[in-house]
Design a protein. Sequence first.
Length: 424
Amino acid sequence: MKLSEYDDNGMYEEASVLFFRDIALKKKWKYRTQEKDNDIDGELEIFGHNKQTTARFLKIQLKASFKVKYKNGDAIFDCPIKFLNFCDICDFPVIIVLYEVQSNKSYWIWTQEYIFNTLDNNNPSWRSNSDSVRIKFPLSQEVLSEGSFYEQMEYIANNGVNEIQQLRKRDTSEYYYSILMEKDNSKPHRNISAKVYVERSFANSRDAMLELIKKVNSKIIKNNYNKNVLKDISGLEEPKIVFINFYDDIAQLKVNLPLCRTEWVQPNQGMDFISLNNYDDFLKEDNIRVKWESSYRPLEEHLRSNAVTKNEYLVSVKQFIKFAKQELANIYSLFKSEKVSFHEHITNNKDLIKDMWLKLSDSELPPYECVDFHEILIDSISIIEGLATDVTAKNGNDYYLETLHIDKFPQKLAVLEHELEKIL
């Protein structure tokens, strides 16, 4: 068993926590540390003179060094870019505190105010840095157990959220992502899916990603893409469900390997989540579930561990190919000739259809030449599963089922057989 180690950096970090907690306690405020895997060290809760909470908070990031560098009356620190990326899109004020062990002194800056008023003016290309950005702490902004420091913290806690919105000249989250695809899957509820590319240096921060997910989800809802946009349809309702796949490498798109997946369901509508029954994070205020794929591993490692040969792939999907071809033909024939038998068939096989769809979604990564076929195979079983869902939920009459699903089955079958022939 590996013994735990307590190196100098660990001692410096703990010293900074003790220092800052002592400053908070002297004002009868509360400083709480957060989990180690977060990008933010802790949270400062502001209490009033009556010892009652004001329900005002500041996020605190502590940085410690035995001896801080100084230049031209400022304390100098090379700040990790992923932390600044997080602050750049965070709507809550974040204070970064630089602690010097040797002198037992600390200096602070309000990170968002520093980004928008200093970095954006003096170093406008800072977001393109891949490692760190040099920031300066005025020595006048020392963390002290006296009125001026506490007053400034109270002011930022009370007014920071509003001032951040005023300081931002644009939605800074747009620096870090691009919407690659929006698709209208409405059946019968307004259902939008999207694929989004995220700057890799930004995607390395899980906390930053969670902030970005909220903003991208709102953007997709606001865009409200409609596949019937060229038709004269007015009064289109907002989406009820939004699915988003996030990628930090364009190659991920080709193998359908997202960095994470999200699902949003419009709250207070009595609707359940559809696909993300197992998830890692729940953004409660935004009603978004988040699933990190492959334990947040990089794409290259996942490809090395999971890619299969063409023979292995075809053997692994043989049952799905047989199922898709058989059901596309059989369901179409039953619907056109024997409606009762059609409904009985769907009712008796709905669990099998769902199971096949889920298993195919979790199957091995296909080799490069089979990627297009794999997407078509997934799409073929997806339309069968969509039909089964509508029949089970009694969504619409037979005419609705025919126009939305059944009439597409012959074409889906023809395309599936054509693409299969191409790779054999």
